[in-house]
Design a protein around this ligand. Sequence first.
Ligand code: PLP
Length: 400
Amino acid sequence: MTFTSAALGRIQPSATLAMTSRVLEQKAKGIDVIGLSAGEPDFDTPDFVKAAAIEAIQQGKTKYTNVDGTAELKAAIAAKFKRDNGLVYEPAQISVNVGGKHTLFNALVATVDPGDEVIIPAPYWVSYPDIVAFAGGVPVMIAAGAAQNYKVTPEQLDAAITPRTKWVLLNSPSNPSGAAYSEAELKALAEVLRRHPHVWVMTDDMYEHIVYDDFHFTTIAQVAPDLYERTLTVNGCSKAYSMTGWRIGFAGGPTWLIKAMAKLQSQSTSNPCSIAQAAATAALNGDQGFLKDRARAFQVRRDLVVGRLNAIDGIHCPVPEGAFYVYPDVSGLIGRKTPAGLVIENDEMLIGYLLDEGRVAAVHGGAFGLSPAFRVSYATSESILTTACDRIAEACAALK
Ligand code: PLP
């Protein structure tokens, strides 16, 4: 018998955070490792956002706020949904939480009962299945590999739905693959959902502003307005505004669901940090011009990394539409031997080899539910990415 709860026993520590600790350990030993495992932009929080936070402190905005967000921030979020997504959410339809992870956690824990199924396309962001399992639900994965550009088809979605399905989780652009659904692709998924009125959609749009080429971002409630009443549109400030440490996530959805999330939050974290809320208000209300400049900088890096990885024998890297990750398929490297005579049997062994011999840290595909692959985060400088790709190429060339 253990003292810890059964719910805790159903979850694992985050694999991406575990790799980040391994990198720190190696660095502390003086080993020159390049970490491509962290999921955060290398850009700084914009100065005008920092200034708003300083002003909030000076004005004494340092006390409890309304549990699920200040009136000012809710108004800024309502304006954001209208401006960027053509969606109308009243303040009572908006929840503000301690990061996007907390938004998803609140929504799932507030709605999932034991045995309820939640459909999760794989590869998926590491926390989805764990949060579902923590809530007592059953994660139901749909595998969408490189051959289908890491996107599920309407047929796959239809086949995964059962009478126990409660939610479908969509994440576009995706962490870890960077794949994003076009408007037509989203409409085709919506067509399936129309036939299953008991299924709700939770869409995680955290990477909405990091898209490339001429990709036009849309979200499901926008392209299928008839699904608005059973959609929770999740977003946040972490990735777009380089505010990972400030911890502000939010969602728009039906009032009763927003109230249910607030009830849970009132007995756990209470309000998100008052100063971070003031900073997020400034971020959302301020000039949005820099978002495009940052996306352009990320695109140069994407092109660099995709080109370099595709030049390596045994690696196939689809070109992602967004986010700051690539997810190369490494089927061609499995079964090869390291110079020490060890056979690479899976992507976890490959990542261990790349870390020990190539001194590059990435995260193995198994952590995201689709193997053999690995995730590279290219949210770092072009010179570091070039060195990292040189090292990966050299280490892979040594596999026979
Ligand atoms: N959703 C996705 C797809 C993410 O990649 C992340 C962060 O890595 C989050 C949600 C959580 O973001 P936050 O840092 O705001 O909790």
